[in-house]
Design a protein around this ligand. Structure first.
Ligand SMILES: Nc1nc2c(c(=O)[nH]1)N[C@H]1C(S)=C(S)[C@@H](COP(=O)(O)O)O[C@H]1N2
Ligand SMILES: [Mo]
Length: 223
């Protein structure tokens, strides 16, 4: 899982544009929101459709060919196939999506495996601090272990009761509702636990390392 860079698709127009937004600080409002009283984070607008964002490729992965390798600082490395994923406790969560490009989408129903149940199966060691997600399109993103372990985070294989569409990361994607959606890796291929941080695709291209929408952590230097 170290060769992501070689398998990355060439920069698409959107990739180039989003990198420029980070350089310019586009969409920053300078306001702060209170998550308890305001459902829409600062600088976001509500959409009813569901936009598709990717690096210009949508990998073709079937449930039959899908694998998920879980390794690094864990007591029990896992290599899950579809049956292995389905054998884990299945959970349904309802959550909102907040994308750094300023759209938010309310009330998404997800089915899958809660990250807490995955953590119970792989048992991170004392050394584990950071989780790096690896995807079939070469995308990576990093999360603090505590963010990955959020009570409403899951490995999702269904949306609104139907199999997750390929364009949205099917067969399996991560969903971490309390952070900007770029942290929710689509076409999930690997989960790696590390003792030290390892910024991913957008994090090394000007985006914030954590990405909390309530603190408007869009870009690297706005913390
Ligand atoms: N593997 C992978 N995951 C990814 C991305 C990607 O390009 N590749 N894009 C991220 C970004 S920037 C966003 S906003 C969401 C978009 O998810 P959606 O297309 O289902 O709306 O996926 C995130 N996860
Ligand atoms: Mo995004």
């Amino acid at each position: 899982m170290t060769d992501d860079r070689e398998t990355l698709p060439p920069d698409s127009k959107l990739t180039t544009t989003k990198q420029r937004w980070a350089d310019e600080g586009k969409f920053l409002t300078g306001r702060a929101a209170r998550p308890d009283t305001e459902r829409l984070p600062p600088g976001q607008h509500l959409v009813r459709d569901w936009p598709v964002l990717d690096l210009g490729v949508k990998p073709s992965v079937t449930p039959e060919s899908w694998r998920l390798d879980v390794g690094g600082a864990v007591e029990q490395p896992l290599s899950l196939d579809w049956a292995g994923l389905m054998a884990l406790t299945q959970t349904r969560f309802l959550s909102d999506i907040h994308c750094v490009t300023t759209w938010s989408r309310y009330d998404n129903t997800w089915d899958g495996v809660a990250t807490r149940d995955l953590l119970a199966a792989c048992r991170p060691t004392e050394a584990a601090r950071v989780v790096v997600l690896h995807s079939y399109d070469g995308y990576t993103t990093n999360l603090d272990l505590a963010d990955f372990a959020a009570p409403d985070a899951l490995l999702a294989h269904a949306w609104e009761g139907k199999p997750l569409a390929r364009e949205h990361g099917g067969p399996v994607r991560l969903v971490v509702p309390h952070l900007y959606f770029w942290k929710s890796a689509k076409w999930l291929r690997g989960i790696e636990f590390l003792g030290a941080d390892a910024p991913g695709f957008w994090e090394v291209r000007g985006y914030h390392n954590r990405g909390d929408p309530w603190r408007e952590q869009r870009y690297s230097d706005d913390d």
